[in-house]
Each structure stands twice: as C-alpha cells, then as structure tokens.
Write a protein that binds this ligand. Structure first.
Ligand code: IPE
Ligand code: IPE
Ligand code: MG
Length: 252
C-alpha cells in the first residue's frame, strides 16, 4: 500500500522507522558560534545532508524527508535567501548523478512556482532521472508549508470532484504533495527549538518526535542512531491502551 495511514496500522517500533522527516535547523547558530557568516553554516549543512542520506541508505530507511526552505523563509534578508537558492542549484547540479547511482529517488515538494525557471527545470529533470529508483526516496521540502499543502490538496480534491461536498480524510490525503509516502514514523528537529514551524502538519498526526540541541551541520549517522534508538523505545498506541497492545502482540 502506498499511503498507509500510520494511524491505522501499528508499525513495529523495534524495526527501523520506514519514514524519517527532519527539520534541519541551527545552521546560522552553528556559524555564529564560530564567528563565521551564517552562509558558512548553510554550506556545512549541505555536507550534513550528504552524510545523513548515506546513513539512511545504510540503515535501510525507505523514506527520508528534509525541510530545506519553508514558505516563511522568504522573510529572511535577500542575500541569505539568494545564497540558499544558489546552494540548492549547486547541490542539484553536483549530487544528482550520485543519488542516481546509489538507487535514490529524488522528490522536491512545495510551491515550486516561486523558484526561477532554471531551478524549476533542474528539479524536474532530477526527478525524472531518478524516478524509477527504489532504494531510498529522498524528499526535499522547498518553499513548503504544511498549511499550503493542505490547501492545495483541498483545491485539487474539490476540482477533481465537481458538485461533491462530502469527502473523507483518505480522499484529501491522496492529494497531499507527499501522497506517495507513508506518514513519517520519526520526526527529528535539530538546533534545540521544539516546534513544528509549519512542516508536515497533516502527516505528523501520530509521528514520534525527537528534539536535539545538535546544530544541523554537526548532525551525522551517530546522531541519527541516537534518534532511532529513542524511537525504538516508544510505545505507539494510536489511541489504544497499553494493555490492548500487549494483547495484540500475543495474538500475532
Ligand atoms: C536552518 O538553519 C536552515 C534554513 C532554515 C534554511 P537556520 O538558518 O534556521 O539556522 P538558525 O536557526 O538561525 O541557527
Ligand atoms: C524551519 O526552520 C524551516 C527549515 C529548517 C527549512 P526555521 O529556522 O526557519 O524555523 P523558525 O522560524 O525558527 O520556526
Ligand atoms: Mg532556524
């Protein structure tokens, strides 16, 4: 099943999470702490992306979703925004072949219409090139907002069903920009802030959260393992009682 709702099927937490979603935060503070410009933190952050993608492949994680640029990040100083765009273009130009060789499917989700046409073309061609890869699906959320995602899904759903006024959650979920992925099992936010910042609002309904003080440029495979270890000690109940889960386990 493609978009199984984690709220219906109880995953085995002792296994690897299928889908890990990360807010990569703390690049600016990482740099400031070192008396470096914020951009140095973003550059170092790209290296951390490389390391974490590799770590996910090694661990057999099927979906990795990274929040790279939020719909609110346009509020930053113009030079920081344009540097982030340049880094994104450079990363696409340099890394896509490597992703492809490693069997990684790349998806970029968000309101891409606000990006310049060169970037939009790079994204489209990278997605096309890697479309049939099955080892890991790497989703980059760019100009993404959880509220934007829900709104665009509502609009598509209503347009696809003229005259209909009664809809199910599943119908809406099918139009979300990540309808191809199961809901995240594990959400990680680096950089010490404990908030969702308009990330995957709909899909995080029953996701397990892990917050770490580690700044994103310092995040690596070992830090990922700590997050996974914490996840593996959770009891995902989805509204049930602990006793019910124990009974269910005995029965299976
Ligand atoms: C995350 O790091 C990267 C983006 C939001 C693009 P920040 O740039 O938010 O770093 P801090 O939070 O200022 O340290
Ligand atoms: C969230 O980080 C967005 C990304 C990591 C891309 P921010 O640093 O922009 O979030 P706030 O503004 O502190 O909530
Ligand atoms: Mg931040």
């Amino acid at each position: 099943m493609t978009h199984t709702s984690s709220t219906q099927v109880i995953p085995n937490v002792a296994a690897m999470p299928r889908h890990v979603a990360i807010i990569m935060d703390g690049n600016g503070r990482w740099a400031t702490k070192r008396y470096m410009p914020r951009v140095a933190g973003h550059k170092k952050g790209v290296e951390a992306v490389r390391a974490v993608v590799e770590a996910c492949v090694e661990r057999g994680i099927e979906y990795l979703t990274l929040f790279a640029f939020s719909s609110e990040n346009w509020r930053r100083p113009a030079d920081e925004v344009s540097l982030l765009m340049r880094l994104f273009v450079m990363a696409l130009e340099r890394e896509v072949s490597k992703l492809h060789v490693n069997g990684i499917r790349l998806k970029v989700v968000g309101d891409l219409s606000r990006f310049d046409s060169k970037l939009q073309e790079l994204i489209a061609s990278a997605e096309r090139r890697t479309a049939n890869n099955t080892r890991l699906t790497l989703t980059i959320c760019a100009n993404y907002g959880g509220r934007w995602d829900i709104m665009q899904a509502v609009k598509k759903m209503v347009t696809a069903n003229p005259g209909v006024t009664d809809f199910s959650e599943d119908q809406l979920a099918a139009h979300l920009s990540m309808a191809y992925a199961p809901e995240p099992d594990l959400f990680i936010r680096t950089g010490g802030e404990e908030r969702v910042s308009n990330f995957l609002l709909w899909q995080l309904a029953y996701t397990e959260f892990h917050f770490t003080e580690t700044f994103w440029p310092d995040f690596d495979g070992a830090a990922l393992d700590l997050a996974i270890a914490s996840y593996q000690h959770r009891e995902r109940r989805f509204g049930r009682t602990s006793e019910q889960l124990i009974e269910q386990k005995k029965a299976s």
